[in-house]
Design a protein around this ligand. Structure first.
Ligand code: ZN
Length: 154
């Protein structure tokens, strides 16, 4: 059976694929509303496991997210989810474009619970909105003129 790692959007949308299901404790902690909590309990009864990624896979995910430029868009929870998909050789189920993009870069399979998603790998850089200087990493402000930066495709 195919393995899937579920992110928070699965519990909000209440749509899951058939297979061996995993998530992480941080996602469970993010589930607030009672309908999503019930849905989580139902999935646990059909075999959903709460698991943790290996430290190696976490550092691989961080390195790749720095390369693609998604690191600033990913929370620790997002990074751990992708890392668990890598640890388990599982397909990640997420509607988050940054999660999808880094998964794609790591050659992990992913699906979106709302069936929308990115089509191809996006590499990001950051452009100053005032002087148009290009930075390879996300910064709080432009080093040249101090204006704010906008993510643009490489
Ligand atoms: Zn500037």
């Amino acid at each position: 059976m195919r393995k899937y790692v579920l992110d928070t959007s699965v519990f909000l949308n209440q749509i899951h694929p058939d297979g061996v299901l995993f998530t992480i404790q941080e996602v469970v902690d993010e589930i607030r509303n009672s309908a999503s909590k019930n849905y989580f309990s139902n999935l646990v009864q059909i075999g959903l496991s709460v698991d943790s990624p290996t430290p190696d896979s976490i550092s691989d995910v961080k390195k790749m997210a720095e390369y693609t430029g998604d690191i600033g868009k990913l929370s620790e929870t997002d990074i751990k989810l992708i890392a668990l998909a890598k640890t388990k050789s599982a397909t990640i189920v997420s509607s988050d474009f940054a999660i999808q993009n880094v998964s794609l870069a790591l050659e992990l399979k992913w699906i979106s619970p709302d069936r929308k998603g990115i089509k191809s790998l996006l590499l990001w850089k950051w452009r100053c909105e005032a002087c148009f200087y290009i930075f390879e990493k996300p910064l709080k402000e432009c080093k040249i003129c101090g204006s704010s930066l906008r993510a643009v495709r490489k």
